[in-house]
Design a protein around this ligand. Structure first.
Ligand SMILES: Cc1cc2nc3c(=O)[nH]c(=O)nc-3n(C[C@H](O)[C@H](O)[C@H](O)COP(=O)(O)OP(=O)(O)OC[C@H]3O[C@@H](n4cnc5c(N)ncnc54)[C@H](O)[C@@H]3O)c2cc1C
Ligand code: SF4
Length: 857
């Protein structure tokens, strides 16, 4: 008995879906997959969605300010909306339910009869009941339209306040940062992410977030939004004398289930909100169901996507005649917040386990925190928290679920790998078949192994046929391990693909970029990958473009691929300021240039330090000062030292024959020539070189990626050395080379490394993994055993010919300089940056010194 606006069902039953968000979409897709819609299906579905967009990936919403468009976020598979019997009305809202007549009314004037009504209306952002929240410049953070509004308003803003220090608040703070607004996060609780994290974990997270130039105020309650001239200017904080200035305020302080439709129709709602559902997702009204964030199940509202997906699958089964049940969901979560990995597993606070005890490993310097919650007798892991290194996450989830046995030495589970002789966790091979790997889509090990054995040969294929890893993506590393394990067992080659978005190793992808000359990430992804890319593949591909094509690294789409340091062509320091590092080739510098450096340092009150790489670093610059500082330096003939990039850093040298009585060759001349040749060369990791004028080795060339030592007859070339955490002595590649041969050999060596190393692999690590070691390298770069020499040389020639100083290129072009626009001409000092003076210079205050500020420049 469909009402007038319901399409004719041809004898089929009518399902009306109120809300076309993530969970509503999952229901529709699940019904379509089960053949419940379509020509022969028993249902016709009418979807009413309030937003102008069809279902999109809200979890990835923040990517919308970071370069993705609405289409990129869409969840709708091609062809889904053409399914016969499926009608979608966007920009319309269900306004009332008449359970007796089994119909709903919409704001657009439709009346839709139903045999089944599904409420998937999600949540509404919680805005605390304080004055001024309707002032222009105040926003919430939930939809694409919210982000459009924030972006437009942010264009003229300098400071923003985010109310809420949970997942949403931190995402919102990051969005403001990307939009050029300096955010302060205000959290009522005494720590960040109070639901997921304990004090120790929150402190580590806070440190890492503050290092990104985001100010965090915990234990602070916002009491009013202040308005001036019809727009927001500040936020009052309880107990503060001064209001917190803000050109923009975002409320991201939690959500409330959208249950008003049900309430008004007399359908049961929970004490603290949410439409009450049973294990079959049915509400108290016959024929009315609820799924996702608007539902309350056994007293619990789930604010995560995975439980909602389970509800949608259960309901799809029920509507197909099945008897599936939703009995609750694991709320373990793994998140990436502003580049910091955070996970909360099972009973993370131990509140549901009487007498529980905790084992904690914390390394605040490395930003690493691990906590295990165990039963009173220590026999079982029930939960945990991880910040920083999440490699243990998949296994911890299995342990907390009881899917695998807790090992005898429980402390080994959180000890750093070096102390435990491994991470102490059972490998993927140790997981039982029933262990659920992908919680979003409930896929277990058995299903995954079956898919791989049945021919799913790469991550893309495994994802396509099992759906594992297609939602939050946190299980993808485990899928990769499983693939490797199965391949190993089957005697196949184990390949490390770059990430879940490309089924190619870095080397293969480099070759694709080289041969196809593709210079756009989206084209590369569209033609050779999938999805939207991630923080692994984006900078890796950006580096390939830069190595192969040269050119400005922040033009167009490339800007969105770079990490923070590359983004501002400067190195961010622990207090959120940046360092300025001009190139000083070979460490040789004129007095005039030294004076300029001194004057710039003095004028901007920058901390000045001579580095081990023989140049002068200037610390403590604010982002808004970078263009002015570099304008002075470029004018004086300096150029970027690429201290921020995975690129050539310096070529250190001794004075060689120029001054030293032992010198046998011109070490300085060669070092300058090499530094000018390889400057700006982007690589899988940083590259350091050195030239010593004789065997006494004052430039420590044998601790460098490329080290040259003068001999009576020419130069000895050493490669693949490094200092750092795992020092490695360089290996002699060739002896007594003349200068021309030496340079040609280095060209080939460096380009071979750039082509074939894995991401973030220094030459030493790459070299250690090469089969054949130095003989192999000698074969390739000296004897041309792979026939690559001409190509490698040509690649290097192209690099040399297309090099330009990134800072000069920025200053020369107003469009490029506009990247720093919102920071330029901001003269006011930033109140959150506090410095003290030590040994005549300004340095950032340590936490205990923050009450003793000194004047800023
Ligand atoms: C920025 C952000 C980041 C997040 N990150 C994560 C994460 O990392 N992991 C995670 O698990 N979860 C995350 N979430 C939460 C996740 O997005 C939600 O759990 C999920 O979207 C809930 O889906 P839903 O369909 O229930 O609600 P929604 O996706 O909100 O969809 C509800 C839809 O119904 C529409 N609607 C409401 N009322 C009506 C009506 N009366 N008529 C018609 N249409 C109506 C709404 O406009 C909306 O489009 C995040 C959320 C946000 C905002
Ligand atoms: S390496 Fe040799 S040439 Fe260079 S400074 Fe030392 S002693 Fe002199």
């Amino acid at each position: 008995m469909a009402a007038p606006d319901t399409p004719p069902g041809g004898g089929r039953k009518t399902l009306v879906l109120a809300g076309y968000g993530m969970i509503g979409h999952r229901l529709v897709a699940s019904l379509a997959e089960r053949g419940q819609l379509g020509d022969d299906g028993p249902w016709q579905a009418v979807v009413v969605g309030e937003e102008p967009y069809a279902a999109y990936d809200r979890v990835a919403l923040s990517s919308y300010v970071d370069g993705l468009g609405a289409d990129d976020l869409s969840l709708v598979a091609p062809g889904l909306h053409e399914t016969p019997g499926l009608t979608v009305h966007l920009s319309d809202t269900v306004t009332a339910i008449d359970p007796a007549a089994r119909s709903v009314a919409t704001a657009g004037g439709r009346t839709l009869g139903y045999d089944a009504l599904v409420l998937a209306t999600g949540s509404v952002p919680f805005v605390p009941p304080i004055s001024g929240t309707d002032t222009p410049g105040v926003f919430v953070y939930r939809t694409i339209e919210d982000l459009d509004a924030i972006r437009t308003w942010a264009a003229g803003c300098r400071t923003g306040v985010v109310v809420g220090g949970g997942l949403l608040g931190l995402e919102a703070a990051n969005a403001l940062r990307i939009l050029g607004v300096r955010p302060t996060v205000v959290e009522f609780a005494p720590r960040l992410m109070p639901v997921q994290l304990d004090e120790g974990a929150a402190a580590v997270l806070r440190d890492r977030i503050e290092a990104l130039d985001i100010t965090v105020c915990t234990g602070c309650a916002a009491t009013a939004v202040r308005e001036e001239g019809g727009q927001v200017v500040a936020l009052d904080i309880d107990g503060w004398d001064q209001p917190l200035e803000a050109d923009l305020v975002v409320f991201a302080a939690g959500v409330r289930p959208r249950d008003q439709l049900a309430r008004a129709a007399g359908i049961a709602v929970g004490e603290r909100g949410g439409v009450v559902i049973d294990d079959g997702c049915a509400t108290s009204a016959p024929g009315v169901y609820a799924v996702g964030e608007c539902a309350v199940h056994r007293g619990r509202v789930y604010g995560l996507v995975a439980p909602g997906y389970s509800m949608a699958d259960v309901l799809a089964d029920r509507l197909s005649g099945g008897e599936a049940t939703f009995t609750g969901a694991d709320t373990s979560t793994k998140l990436k917040l502003l580049g910091v990995d955070v996970a909360s597993v099972g009973d993370a606070h131990g509140t549901a386990t009487p007498g529980s005890r905790a084992l904690v490993y914390s390394d605040p310097l490395a930003g690493d925190y691990r906590k295990l919650v165990v039963t009173a007798d220590g026999s079982r892991v029930v939960g945990g928290i991880l910040v920083g290194d999440l490699s243990a996450y998949p296994m911890l989830v299995q342990l907390a679920r009881g899917a695998i046995d807790t090992p005898e030495r429980i402390d080994a589970l959180i000890a750093p790998a070096s102390a435990a002789g491994g991470d102490g966790l059972p490998g993927v091979a140790g997981l039982p078949e029933a262990a659920v790997v992908c919680s979003c889509n409930s896929v277990d090990i058995g299903t995954l192994r079956g898919a791989i054995q049945g021919g799913a040969d790469d991550i893309g294929a495994v994802k396509a046929c099992t759906k594992a890893g297609t939602t939050c993506g946190s299980c993808v590393p485990l899928l990769a391990d499983l693939l490797d394990d199965e391949h190993r067992k089957a005697g196949k080659d184990v390949r490390r693909t770059l990430c879940e978005h490309f089924d190619h190793t870095r080397q293969e992808l480099f070759d694709i970029v080289r041969l196809t000359r593709v210079r756009s990430f989206s084209t590369l992804l569209g033609e050779h990958g999938r999805g939207r890319g991630c923080e692994i593949c984006k900078p890796a591909v950006a580096s390939m473009f830069a190595s192969l094509a040269g050119g400005y690294i922040l033009d167009g789409e490339q800007a969105t691929l770079q990490d923070t340091n590359d983004h501002f062509l400067a190195n961010m320091q622990r207090d959120g300021t940046y360092s300025v590092v001009p190139r000083v080739p070979g460490g040789e510098i004129t007095p005039e240039k030294l004076i300029v450096l001194g004057q710039v340092a003095q004028d901007f009150d920058l901390y000045t330090k001579i580095t081990g790489g023989q140049r002068i670093d200037l610390f403590g610059a604010r982002v808004d000062q970078l263009p002015a500082i570099w304008a002075r330096l470029v004018e004086a003939g300096f150029e970027s030292g690429h201290a921020y990039g995975k690129a050539l850093r310096t070529v250190k040298s001794c004075v060689g024959t120029t001054w030293c009585r032992y010198g046998v060759q011109d070490a300085v001349g060669l070092a300058i020539a090499l530094e000018l040749r390889y400057r700006g060369l982007r690589a899988p990791h940083k590259i350091k070189c050195a030239v010593s004028g004789c065997a006494r080795e004052c430039a420590e060339a044998q601790g460098k990626d490329v080290g040259v030592i003068a001999t009576e007859r020419g130069w000895n070339l050493h490669v693949a050395g490094n200092g750092g955490m795992t020092p490695r002595h360089a290996v002699l590649l060739a002896s007594d080379l003349d200068t021309e041969t030496l340079v040609r050999t280095i060209d080939r060596f460096l380009m071979y490394y750039v082509r074939t190393a894995d991401r973030l692999e220094r030459t030493a690590t790459w070299f250690n993994k090469l089969e054949g070691g130095i003989d192999h390298v000698r074969g390739v770069v000296i004897d041309d055993s792979l026939g690559l020499a001409a190509e490698l040389e040509a690649d290097m020639e192209r690099h040399v010919a297309t090099y330009e100083c990134e800072w000069k290129a920025t200053l020369d072009d107003p469009a490029r300089l506009a990247r720093f626009r919102s920071f330029v001409n901001v003269d006011e000092p930033d109140p959150s940056l506090v410095f003290v003076r030590e040994r005549g210079q300004r340095r950032p205050a340590q936490p205990h010194e923050r009450d003793v500020p000194v004047a800023q420049p």
